[in-house]
Write a protein of this length. Structure first.
Lengths: 297, 261
C-alpha cells in the first residue's frame, strides 16, 4: 500500500487537462493497430513457412485492422474533414505525425498484400508489400505506446519503458487470437504460439510497470481503470493458458481466442481510463514533482 | 526575428479585478465559457481552457502573520494565469499538423485554419493550458495577442491591468525587472516571494510568461517542476524500437518453433 501523500493544490483542481480522446474510438484503435501490426508479421512468416490459410487470415486481419483503425482515428478528430492535414508534414517530434505515416504505410501495404493474394494480380508486388509490412507492422503495434507516453499525463509518461512491451504483448495476443479463430486448427499452431507468447509478455510488462511506478502507477490498480486492468489480466492469462492446449478442439480455440481478444481490448480501455484518472487528480502531478524539487535542494 | 517578448505577472500587486480576463475575451472575441458558481472564493472561471486564456486565481489563506503577531488574519493570494509560451513547448512539439507554430516574437500560437482537432496538444501541456473547444473542434489558447503584437501594441490583458501586475515586454528586460522586484520584496519582509518560470534551465527551458508568486506554485494550481514531455522522446522511441524488435522476433520464433508444415 502506498502511503497517503501530503500535497497542496488549488481547491483540489487538476493541474493537467485530461486526455480528451473518446471511448470506444481511441482504445479500440489501439487494439486494432496492434492486431494489424502483428498480423502483418504473422502473414510474412506464414508465407515464408508455407501456411496459406494462416497467411490469408493474417492478411485479412492486417488490412481490416488498419482500415478500421484509420476510420476510428478520423472520427476522433475535432475536424474530421481536415484529416489530410495529418500529412502536411513529417514531424519527428510528434509521435502522432510519425504514427500517421506509419499507419498510412501499414494501411496501404496491408491492403495491397491482401488484394494481390485474393485476386492473384501482381503476385510479386503483393509479396513486396507483404515483406515491407514485416518492418512497418511491429512499428504499427508499438508506436502507440510512444503516442500516449509523450504527454504530461504521469501514469503514461512515467511508464514509457514498459508501455511498448505491454502494447506489443497485447498486440501479439490479439493477432494470435485472430489467427487461431480464422484458420483451420492444423495450420494455426504458430498463431497459438504467438498468442501464448503475447499473453506472457503483456502480463509480465504490466506487472513490472505497476510495481516500478509506485504512487504514480496507482490509477492502473484503482477505480475503473484498475477493474479493467484486472479483467484484462484474468482474460489474458486464461486465454493464454487455453491457447497452449487450444489445438485439441474447436471449443477450446473459440474460448481462448475470444478471451484473448477481450483481454487485449480491456487493456487498451484500461490505459485510457488510467490516463484520465491520472490527469484528473493533482496528486499525481504535484507529489512527484515536489519530491524531485525537494531532493534537488 | 524580433526580440523575444513575454509576460511578467507580478502576483504581489494583483487585486483580482479580472480586467485581464475581460479584456482578453473582448479583444480575441472568445465565446462564453459558461457562468458557474465554483464556490472557490471569487473564482468563477475555474481554470484556463479553450475559451479562457487568462484566469485569475483566488486563494484565501488563514495563517499567522508575523508582523505584529496578529494571529489568524486572512491572507489573499490572487494571480492571473496564462499560457507560459514555453521555450520548449510540448504542445508545439507534438502537434502533428504544424498548426501550432513559433512566431517571430518567440511565442507559441495555434493556426486555427490548420488545426484538425486531434487533441494531442491537450494532455501534452504540463500546465493544462490548451484545450479543444466543444462544438468548434479545434484547439485554442492564448496567442499573446499575436495580432496586436504585429501592430506594435501590447496584449489586451497587459493593457487593461490597472496595477501593472501583468507586465509585457522583451523577456530579458522582464527577467531583470523581476529579479529586482523579488529582491526588494524579500528585503522588505516578504521572504516567501519567489519567481516561477523565469529560469532558462528549468524543465521547459524557461517560460515566456513567468510569475512572481507568494507561495508554492501548486497552491496556485501550477505544477511545481514541469518538464516538457518530449525531452524523453528519444528514450521512448528506443524502448518502442526494442519492443517492436522483440515482437517481430517472438513471431518468427513462434513460426520456426512450430516447425515446417
Amino acid at each position: 500500500m502506498v502511503p497517503q501523500a501530503e500535497f497542496r493544490s488549488y481547491y483540489g483542481r487538476p493541474v493537467l487537462k485530461p486526455p480528451l480522446w473518446h471511448e470506444p474510438h481511441m482504445p479500440t484503435y489501439l487494439y486494432l493497430g496492434g492486431l494489424s501490426g502483428v498480423s502483418s508479421s504473422m502473414a510474412v512468416m506464414a508465407r515464408l513457412t508455407g501456411r496459406p490459410r494462416l497467411d490469408r487470415t493474417a492478411r485479412v486481419a492486417a488490412a481490416a485492422g488498419a482500415a478500421l483503425g484509420a476510420g476510428l482515428l478520423t472520427a476522433e478528430l475535432g475536424r474530421p474533414e481536415r484529416f489530410l492535414n495529418m500529412f502536411r508534414l513529417f514531424k519527428p517530434s510528434s509521435p502522432m505525425s510519425v504514427g500517421s505515416w506509419i499507419l498510412a504505410a501499414q494501411g496501404g501495404l496491408s491492403a495491397a498484400a491482401l488484394a494481390s493474394d485474393m485476386t492473384g494480380i501482381l503476385p510479386l508486388a503483393g509479396d513486396g508489400a507483404l515483406l515491407a509490412g514485416a518492418v512497418i507492422g511491429p512499428l504499427t503495434a508499438t508506436y502507440t505506446a510512444v503516442l500516449v507516453a509523450d504527454t504530461a499525463v504521469p501514469v503514461w509518461h512515467e511508464a514509457y519503458r514498459e508501455l511498448p512491451f505491454l502494447f506489443a504483448g497485447s498486440a501479439m495476443a490479439a493477432a494470435g487470437a485472430a489467427g487461431m479463430l480464422g484458420t483451420p486448427r492444423a495450420q494455426a499452431g504458430p498463431a497459438r504460439a504467438v498468442a501464448v507468447l503475447g499473453a506472457a509478455v503483456e502480463t509480465v510488462a504490466g506487472g513490472v510497470m505497476e510495481r516500478r511506478l509506485g504512487l504514480v502507477g496507482e490509477p492502473y490498480t484503482t477505480g475503473r481503470a484498475g477493474r479493467l486492468m484486472r479483467a484484462a489480466r484474468a482474460l489474458t492469462i486464461g486465454g493464454g493458458l487455453l491457447a497452449a492446449v487450444a489445438g485439441r478442439g474447436r471449443a477450446l480455440t473459440a474460448l481462448s481466442g475470444i478471451a484473448l481478444t477481450a483481454g487485449s481490448l480491456c487493456t487498451r480501455f484500461a490505459i485510457l481510463a488510467a490516463g484520465r484518472a491520472s490527469a484528473a487528480d493533482p496528486k499525481y502531478t504535484v507529489v512527484p514533482q515536489r519530491e524531485r524539487l525537494d531532493a534537488a535542494s | 526575428m524580433a526580440e523575444r517578448m513575454g509576460f511578467f505577472t507580478d502576483t504581489s500587486v494583483c487585486i483580482g479585478c479580472k480586467a485581464c480576463e475581460v479584456a482578453c475575451k473582448e479583444w480575441n472575441q472568445i465565446p462564453d465559457d459558461g457562468f458557474v458558481f465554483e464556490a472557490t472564493s471569487y473564482d468563477n472561471t475555474g481554470m484556463l481552457g479553450a475559451s479562457t486564456w487568462r484566469h485569475v486565481a483566488f486563494i484565501e489563506q488563514s495563517r499567522p502573520v508575523a508582523a505584529g503577531g496578529d494571529d489568524g488574519v486572512d491572507r489573499w493570494l490572487m494571480s492571473s494565469d496564462v499560457c507560459k509560451h514555453c521555450t520548449h513547448a510540448a504542445c508545439l512539439d507534438v502537434c502533428p499538423t504544424g498548426a501550432l507554430f513559433r512566431t517571430e516574437f518567440d511565442t507559441v500560437v495555434v493556426q486555427s485554419d490548420i488545426c484538425n482537432g486531434c487533441g494531442y496538444c491537450v494532455p501534452a501541456c504540463p500546465y493544462g493550458v490548451i484545450d479543444r473547444r466543444e462544438g468548434d473542434g479545434r484547439a485554442w489558447k492564448c496567442t499573446m495577442c499575436y495580432d496586436r503584437l504585429r501592430g506594435g501594441l501590447e496584449p489586451a490583458c497587459a493593457k487593461a491591468c490597472p496595477t501593472d501586475s501583468i507586465q509585457f515586454g522583451p523577456l530579458d528586460e522582464l527577467r531583470a525587472r523581476a529579479e529586482e522586484r523579488v529582491t526588494r520584496l524579500r528585503d522588505g519582509g516578504v521572504p516567501e516571494a519567489r519567481l516561477y518560470g523565469e529560469n532558462p534551465d528549468d524543465g521547459v527551458g524557461g517560460a515566456g510568461a513567468f510569475f512572481l508568486l507568494l507561495d508554492e506554485p501548486e497552491v496556485y494550481g501550477l505544477p511545481p517542476d514541469p518538464v516538457v514531455t518530449t525531452r524523453d522522446l528519444p528514450a521512448m522511441w528506443r524502448w518502442a524500437g526494442m519492443a517492436a524488435l522483440s515482437a517481430a522476433g517472438a513471431v518468427a520464433l513462434a513460426f520456426l518453433g512450430a516447425g515446417k508444415r
